[in-house]
Design a protein. Structure first.
Length: 367
């Protein structure tokens, strides 16, 4: 029996059987997509209408990066729904410990690089740190807290009821969140996370025949949806339509691409101890690099400095090297947090965890 425990930081195995690495690789890919989005749009901003009308290669490239990587957040939450969160106080405390420790660590780096606080006020940074970081962390913590209610609903509902309610919520998200942009905060909210969580449960517990196609078909769906997002974005800019917001978490193309990518990786079976080890610290990559001081003080000027109009290939190489180096550095830093938490949790929770228990944001595969 294999209990694969899902967490935002990466699942762990409880039991004798090795945990497969397909979903762990997807977790790593999703986090690299987060880094790519921040490098692209946070550093250079959204393309202007004038750039799009001129079909500027730089603008087209930025839209392509956004369109192919915007699935990152949806994939992360779908993974939690796919495995199903099993909440506990120990895991919740572990989550808060991870967020506070790593956010404060990133803040110390900021104090070292900008001692005057001229780029980002210290009081604002402290407020961000003690309010559990950015929007994603707060939304995920809320999802974690209400997950027992969601799980109870999933257990009590029939497959037909679960699909009907999930599809109805998806329709609301697409209409009010993407088309009219009046609710769901463009996907930056726990309400949208709840919908994605239920969708992930549907995919895992009651897979439709459509979900059982070959993984190559799933990858093709992901690519086609991403290309459609690019086309819609260009048309939206040209004709001043809402399609310009196509690279959105609540876009139907983004949601479809995210599900397709999840299905694709779920059908690839392999094991790698290194992949699993790296994936366990994937959430730390977000916490350490996505804080505003790092994005504004360090990453933005560095990435902007990479750009040379006459050396696009070199620019791409520099960006890839920076992203991989940043990812590796964050994973190594997180080893300190893991060691501290093992020692601290061992003192607080002295009772031996039962077989099948999860880590702080855990979820267990269906037997």
């Amino acid at each position: 029996m294999n209990h694969s425990v899902e967490t935002a930081a990466g699942p762990e195995v409880v039991g004798r059987k090795k945990r497969l690495s397909n979903m762990e690789l997807l977790r790593i890919v999703a986090m690299l997509m987060v880094v790519a989005i921040h490098m692209c749009y946070y550093s250079f901003g959204s393309p202007t209408r004038a750039e799009v009308l001129q079909f500027s290669p730089f603008a087209m490239g930025r839209m392509a990066v956004q369109s192919f990587t915007v699935v990152c957040v949806d994939v992360f939450v779908l993974l939690s729904g796919y495995f199903g969160i099993r909440a506990s106080w120990k895991r919740l405390v572990g989550l808060v410990f991870q967020v506070l420790l790593l956010t404060m660590s990133a803040g110390l780096y900021y104090v070292w690089t900008d001692p005057d606080g001229s780029s980002y006020p210290y009081d604002r940074w402290l407020i961000d740190a003690f309010s559990l970081g950015g929007w994603f962390v707060r939304a995920y913590v809320l999802l974690y807290v209400i997950s027992p209610v969601l799980n109870a609903f999933v257990r009590s509902a029939t497959p037909r009821q679960l699909y009907r309610i999930t599809l109805a919520l998806l329709l609301l998200v697409i209409l009010w969140g993407w088309r009219f942009r009046v609710e769901f905060s463009g996907g930056y909210s726990v309400a949208f996370f709840v919908v994605l969580y239920l969708l992930g449960r549907c995919v895992r517990l009651y897979p439709l025949r459509l979900f059982r196609l070959r993984w190559q078909i799933d990858m093709l769906v992901y690519v086609m949806c991403s290309l459609l997002t690019v086309v819609m974005c260009v048309l939206g800019f040209c004709f001043r339509m809402y399609w310009a917001q196509a690279p959105s978490y609540v876009s139907p193309f983004t949601i479809a691409a995210s599900v397709a990518l999840l299905l694709c990786f779920s059908k690839i079976s392999f094991y790698s101890r290194w992949i699993n080890w790296i994936a366990a610290s994937s959430f730390a990559v977000y916490l350490l690099h996505a804080c505003t001081p790092f994005l504004s003080v360090t990453m933005k000027p560095l990435v902007v400095g990479f750009w040379e109009p006459d050396a696009v290939g070199l620019f791409v190489v520099r960006c890839v090297a920076f992203a991989l180096g940043l990812f590796a550095a964050c994973v190594l830093i997180d080893q300190v947090r893991l060691a501290l938490w093992r020692g601290l949790s061992g003192r607080i929770w002295t009772e031996k965890a039962p077989s099948g228990s999860a880590t702080w944001a855990g979820s267990v595969e269906k037997k």
